[in-house]
Design a binder for this molecule. Structure first.
Ligand SMILES: N=c1c2ncn([C@@H]3O[C@H](COP(=O)(O)OP(=O)(O)OP(=O)(O)O)[C@@H](O)[C@H]3O)c2ncn1[C@@H]1O[C@H](COP(=O)(O)O)[C@@H](O)[C@H]1O
Length: 107
């Protein structure tokens, strides 16, 4: 299991078993609007870091953004696998388009 999967599993666990002092449990308790507000804020912080801060700052902000996006996914019942499958579908579509183009270039 990689770090993304481990983090997502922890978030799902916090949703099922809210722990005292858990920031994740606090977000689930506050609900969708609060989670979306945090995603928006962290998104803005990523943009600011990319424009005017170091890559260390950017990595830090990206960590915050990924975390809050995973909380959003868990709140909405979207799995990591579904996103991976969507990306795989797009990747296949691209390959298929290339394959479809081949006979034309061979004419
Ligand atoms: N990756 C994260 C993570 N990234 C960011 N954050 C929290 O996100 C918050 C963002 O900071 P802000 O200053 O924007 O927000 P704030 O003022 O603390 O809170 P708000 O009142 O604005 O909601 C901080 O409190 C961070 O601790 C995270 N909290 C938890 N995790 C992971 O989630 C796991 C479970 O954490 P708990 O739910 O706290 O047990 C941890 O082991 C970590 O791996």
């Amino acid at each position: 299991m990689n770090e993304f999967e481990a983090l997502y599993e922890t978030i799902l666990d916090r949703k099922k078993n809210p722990e005292e002092g858990s920031y994740t449990a606090y977000l689930f308790d506050k609900g969708l609007e609060k989670i979306l507000k945090k995603v928006g804020e962290e998104n803005t912080e990523v943009i600011i870091a990319a424009l005017s801060q170091t890559n260390t700052d950017l990595v830090n902000e990206l960590g915050d953004l990924f975390y809050h996006i995973f909380v959003l996914m868990a709140q909405k019942g979207v799995s990591l696998q579904e996103v991976e499958e969507e990306l795989a579908r797009r990747s296949k579509k691209k390959h298929n388009l290339k394959a479809e183009r081949k006979p034309i270039t061979n004419l």
